[in-house]
Design a protein around this ligand. Structure first.
Ligand code: NAP
Length: 259
C-alpha cells in the first residue's frame, strides 16, 4: 500500500533503538525525511546511517535528552515544523506503590506526559497552518490495563492520554490526527530489562522469565519493532485521516478486554 506521505518530514523522538527505531524505519520506507533523536550519539548515528542507506531519505540526528527543555528546543529546531511527530522516551523504572516519592513522580511526568505535550504544542501551530499533520504518541498497554509494578508509567501515561483525548478533537478540524500507539511487550532492550528484573526477583533464568511472559500473551510471542513501526506509519498515512484520538493496542491480545 502506498502510504501517500513520501516527501513529508517527521520528527521521531527516542529512535536509535527499539520501538522508536521501528517507527523511524517504517516512515523512511514510506519516503519520509527524518529527524531522529536519542541521548547516545554513536548508536543514533549508526541507526541513521543504516536508514539513509536502505531508503535514500534525508536523516538528520540530534543527540540529546528529549525530556529536558533544552533537548526539546534542539530537536524542534532541527525538525523545523515537521508534518509528522512521533513522541517517545524511555519508560520509568518498576517498583512497589510505596517506593516512589514526589521527585520520582515529577521525573516520570516530565518524561512520559509533559515532554510529549510540549512537543505537540510546539508542532501543532504549523500543522494547523498547513491543514495537515500526524502525531503518534508511543505510550503503553498500561493505559488500558495497569501493570502493577509500573505505577509511575501507569500514572504519567494516563495523564497524557487524557490530554490527547481532548486535544485530538480540537485540532481534527485542521486535518490533523493525534493518536496513541500502545505497545504490549516487544522484543527490545526495555523488554530485556523488565525480564531481567523478573529473573532476579523470582530467581529464574532470563529465558524462563521470557517463556513465562510469552505464555500470558494470546499470540505466544513478543512483538517486533518492525510490526510496531508499520502500525505507526499507517497511522501517519493519508489513509488514516479519519482515525482521531484513538488508543491502538499492539499487544498480541494480551489486554483481556472486549473493547
Ligand atoms: P528501548 O529499546 O530501551 O529504546 C529506547 C530508545 O529511546 C533508545 O533509542 C534510547 O536511546 C532512547 N531514549 C530513551 N530515553 C531517552 C531520552 N530521555 N531522550 C532521548 N532518547 C531517549 O525502549 P523501547 O522498548 O523501544 O520502549 C520505548 C517506549 O515504549 C518506552 O517508554 C517504554 O517504556 C514503552 N514500552 C515498551 C514496551 C516494550 O515491550 N518494549 C512495552 C510497553 C511500553 P538512548 O538510551 O541513547 O537515549
Amino acid at each position: 500500500m502506498d502510504l501517500g506521505i513520501s516527501g513529508k518530514r517527521a520528527l521521531v523522538c527516542a529512535s536509535s533503538k527499539g520501538l522508536g527505531l521501528g517507527c523511524a524505519e517504517a516512515l523512511a520506507a514510506a519516503g519520509v525525511h527524518l529527524v531522529m533523536n536519542a541521548r547516545g550519539a554513536e548508536a543514533l548515528e549508526a541507526a541513521a546511517q543504516a536508514i539513509r542507506g536502505r531508503h535514500g531519505v534525508e536523516v538528520a540526528t540530534v543527540a540529546c535528552d528529549v525530556t529536558t527543555p533544552e533537548g526539546q528546543a534542539q530537536v524542534l529546531e532541527a525538525a523545523s515544523e515537521p508534518d509528522i511527530l512521533v513522541t517517545n522516551a524511555g519508560g520509568p523504572p518498576p517498583g512497589l506503590w510505596s517506593d516512589w516519592d514526589r521527585d520520582d513522580f515529577i521525573k516520570a511526568l516530565d518524561s512520559n506526559m509533559l515532554t510529549p505535550i510540549a512537543l505537540m504544542k510546539a508542532c501543532l501551530p504549523a500543522m494547523q497552518k498547513r491543514g495537515w499533520g500526524r502525531i503518534v504518541n508511543i505510550t503503553s498497554q498500561s493505559v488500558k490495563a495497569p501493570i502493577p509494578a509500573l505505577g509511575l508509567s501507569n500514572a504519567a501515561r494516563t495523564g497524557l492520554t487524557g490530554y490527547v483525548a481532548g486535544t485530538a478533537r480540537q485540532v481534527a478540524p485542521d486535518g490533523i490526527t493525534i493518536n496513541n500507539l500502545l505497545p504490549g511487550i516487544h522484543d527490545t532492550d526495555r523488554a530485556l530489562s523488565l525480564d531481567g528484573n523478573v529473573s532476579r526477583q523470582q530467581n529464574i533464568s532470563l529465558e524462563e522469565a521470557r517463556a513465562r511472559r510469552e505464555q500470558t500473551i494470546p499470540a505466544r510471542r513478543y512483538g517486533t519493532k518492525e510490526e510496531f513501526g508499520a502500525a505507526c506509519a499507517f497511522l501517519c498515512s493519508i489513509h488514516a485521516g479519519f482515525i482521531v484520538g484513538q488508543n491502538l493496542l499492539a499487544d498480541g491480545g494480551a489486554t483481556n478486554a472486549t473493547i
